[in-house]
Design a protein around this ligand. Structure first.
Ligand code: SF4
Length: 354
């Protein structure tokens, strides 16, 4: 177990400390071996009712062309994903409050579960309680909702303070998701401007105490059509790209040691930054050694995935490239097993469907 001082020393160190890496890798090997679970990700829509200051698909970005994938197209994508051997999918999109959207999601989850028997992760923001319950009932068993930054004061540096952007509702939704029974994934955005090591430490403490089944964290990467980017052009101080990349790896290692059995994603944002410095295989090898055991190749059609532009130069992680990169990074890609985290079964004392 890591003490406060040890965590702060790790966060302040220039590189990834050797003993941290060794310990994280030891824990990873014990609970996950060399396995890396692949989840096929489809970004259903880039429409969102929110306007987070760091995000490229924020509602106020009027220059972005919006899309909403059609049911038949998604059905075809699911068929292709199945043919490739996947047993787990992830569906993601902006936060939309409309009956039409909810019914579409119900239809999708029924399709994914009843026709394809996928294990389903969803990420559609802070939806109403009855909608979250129904999605769970229909077969979506994993929900990803990042809190981004746990300090309420800092949260409102990056969000309006209005009915759409409400810190308390975000945290309440996380608690609700767990109560409903979802395997909950959460995480923070690392290296935002105006944030410091002490903020990261608070994020870590929250995650440690919340004990999510999945950790999804990523480095902050600016996007040109956002208010935050305008600040950056005025020359404010920010962790460098390399620092944000290394901080993310260090957090992965810390979470592997603290949480042990939870799944941890090697996020697209981490790969986007990492591949600016190293080949893909090396980035993956580092992330997996630190403790990540999940990756999500993107299956969104190419004309749409360009429009899911959360940040600049997003890495388009295609299936084949990722599958072989995992192999070449000396780990084992897994498609045909669900890869549910042991933490979920330990908490619920259920029998394992690994
Ligand atoms: S971060 Fe999420 S909730 Fe915020 S604007 Fe982007 S898609 Fe919407």
């Amino acid at each position: 177990m890591l003490s406060k001082k040890e965590i702060l020393d790790v966060l302040k160190s220039k590189d990834i400390p050797k003993d941290l890496l060794e310990e994280a890798f030891k824990v990873r090997k014990f609970y996950s071996g060399y396995y890396v679970y692949l989840r096929a990700l489809t970004e259903i829509t880039n429409i969102c009712r929110k306007s987070c200051f760091y995000c490229g698909i924020r509602k106020e970005n009027a220059s972005l062309k919006r899309y909403y994938l059609k049911f038949d197209l998604i059905n075809k994508l699911f068929t292709n994903i199945k043919k490739l051997g996947y047993s787990s999918i992830a569906l993601q999109g902006g936060e939309i409050f409309s009956e039409k959207h909810y019914f579409f999601l119900y239809k999708l989850i029924k399709l994914a579960k009843d026709k394809f028997n996928y294990e389903i992760t969803i990420s559609f923001g802070e939806l109403p309680k009855d909608v979250l319950e129904k999605l769970y009932f229909l077969g979506a068993k994993r929900y990803l909702l990042r809190f981004e930054i746990i300090s309420p004061k800092r949260y409102y540096l990056f969000h309006y303070k209005d009915k759409f952007h409400n810190y308390e509702n975000r945290i309440k939704t996380l608690v609700l998701l767990k109560k409903i029974g979802y395997q909950v994934g959460t995480g923070n955005l690392i290296g935002l401007p105006f944030t410091f090591i002490k903020d990261l430490y608070k994020d870590i403490l929250f995650i440690k105490n919340f004990k999510p089944d999945m950790v999804g964290i990523g480095p902050y990467i600016p996007q040109k059509n956002t208010p935050l980017f305008n600040y950056l052009t005025k020359g404010i101080n920010i962790f460098s790209e390399k620092e944000r990349f290394l901080l993310t790896l260090k957090l992965i290692a810390i979470f592997r040691i603290l949480l042990k059995t939870s799944n941890i994603v090697a996020s697209t944002a981490l790969i986007t930054l990492g591949t600016k410095f190293y080949p893909l295989e090396k980035v993956l090898n580092l992330a997996f050694k630190c403790g990540a055991n999940v990756i999500m190749p993107i299956f969104t059609p190419s004309e749409n995935k360009r429009l899911y532009s959360l940040y600049e130069d997003k890495y388009f992680s295609e299936h084949e490239k990722f599958y072989f990169a995992v192999k070449n990074s000396d780990f084992i890609p897994v498609l045909d097993r669900y890869g549910n985290p042991l933490s979920y079964y330990i908490r619920n004392q259920k029998s394992c469907k690994l």
